[in-house]
Write a protein that binds this ligand. Structure first.
Ligand SMILES: C[S@@+](CC[C@H](N)C(=O)[O-])C[C@H]1O[C@@H](n2cnc3c(N)ncnc32)[C@H](O)[C@@H]1O
Length: 392
């Protein structure tokens, strides 16, 4: 997971994250950075500005729910303000003929143009007359382009009535994340989530290498493959024998679990205590998705009936998980949000209180559950995420 500028630049009080999943990515960041996050603001749906205390920038490279991280080095009152702090910093990392780009998030076109002009003027005034501007498609230079075209990218977004700017210092290796989903023996695009989302959910469980992660609705094992690549021990359960085989094939292919090991069993997620014979696991991450296949948006009444029918098994499975989680573990569970033809969203409420669970709230931010994913590719069934921890 590559730094494009020295990680020390991210030892800053204020950092900008460009989000892959909206609020869920902020939850992931607060979980990974722990108590270091003192405040998180969301100036646009794509961006979070974190105010942080002491932390190791290496932790940022764990985040898969972010597309870019940048220290916020310049706060401007208007688009035509002078960008001297940014230009002084960029000067150290640019050669005479380097490419630069500005990725704008939520900035009107004319103000974006003004910001770019000011950035180039600042660089030229510092003798970098041959610096070239790379124009990003749709206003954003993608992570892959930051890596392959070697443009020094600056992120810019509305902030506190003006604008904030910072050089992109870290981007994830999106290509290899994607390839883990497409190149494995059993891709199952219809039921499987993306490796990026799976890794984000695994990060939310907050486990250390060697600890055990359980996915009791493991399907083709997308979550477990990510867990294995973080050297977690993996335990998978699925009620269908074919899926058990699929998960085993994918895990064997990924090879990541060789050290820590994995165990995939056929079984019912509602009967975990019996299956595990009283053994507790360190973390649980799962996406049941128990709705019938939808080829079009249903009516609101139909969606409600479908959700109600599946609610029982979700809640029974949660009760079974609550019995198997260690007192310091977390349960991360994805629930469906059905988009209806009447323009409503129908989702499922999970009840943790009576099971001795509370909703996980890392740091001072305060998350409303279920936390919705703002960006993803599914059309009629979107995703939302619960994170529970046992009440001590
Ligand atoms: C949405 S899929 C999981 C996909 C998985 N997250 C992935 O990306 O590969 C849900 C899985 O739950 C399994 N399942 C359904 N009911 C179950 C139950 N009661 N216990 C265990 N597994 C169950 C299904 O066979 C299916 O493979």
């Amino acid at each position: 997971m590559p730094f494009t500028l020295p990680p020390s630049l991210l030892e800053s009080d204020d950092i900008a994250l460009i989000l892959a999943f909206g609020k869920l990515s902020v939850l992931e960041a607060c979980s990974v950075l722990g108590g270091a996050v003192q405040r998180a603001e969301a100036p646009t749906e794509r961006v979070s500005a974190l105010h942080v205390g002491r932390y190791s920038p290496d932790l940022l490279s764990e985040l898969s729910g972010s597309h870019k991280c940048a220290p916020i080095v310049e706060q401007l009152e208007s688009a035509s303000s002078d960008q001297s702090v940014l230009a002084d910093l960029l000067e150290d990392y640019l050669d005479v003929k380097s490419n630069v780009a500005m990725s704008g998030y939520g900035i009107p076109e004319d103000e974006y143009e003004e910001l770019v002009r000011e950035m180039l003027d600042g660089l030229r005034a510092r003798g970098l007359r041959k610096v070239r501007l790379l124009r990003p498609d749709g206003g954003e230079l993608l992570s892959e382009q930051v890596l392959t075209r070697k443009a020094l990218d600056v992120v810019a977004f509305p902030f506190h009535g003006g604008f904030a700017l910072g050089p992109t210092a870290w981007v994830p290796d999106s290509a290899s994340l994607r390839q883990r989903g497409t190149r494995r023996p059993v891709p199952y695009p219809d039921i499987a989530m993306s490796p990026r989302l799976a890794r984000t959910l695994v990060n939310l469980a907050g486990l250390l290498p060697g600890q055990t992660l359980l996915d009791p609705f493991c399907g083709a094992g997308t979550i477990l493959v990510e867990a294995c690549s973080k050297t977690l021990r993996c335990l998978g359960v699925d009620s269908r024998a074919s899926r058990v085989q699929n998960a085993r094939e994918n895990l064997r292919w990924s090879g990541g679990g060789a050290e820590a090991g994995y165990d995939i069993r056929k079984g019912d997620a509602r009967e975990l205590p019996r299956m595990l014979r009283g053994t507790k696991v360190d973390g649980i991450v799962t996406e049941p998705l128990l709705l019938p296949r939808l080829d079009a948006r249903p009516k609101t009444a139909t969606a409600r009936a479908m959700i109600e029918e599946s609610a029982r098994i979700y809640n029974d499975a949660l009760a079974s998980m609550a019995e198997c989680i260690r007192p310091d573990g977390r349960i991360v569970m994805v629930v469906p949000v059905v988009q209806t033809m009447d323009g409503d969203e129908v989702t499922l409420t999970l009840e943790g209180r009576s099971l001795g669970l509370r909703l996980y709230q890392p740091g001072p931010v305060g998350f409303e559950y279920p936390v919705r994913l703002s960006f993803e590719s599914t059309r009629w069934v979107r995703r939302a995420v619960y994170v529970f921890e046992p009440r001590s």
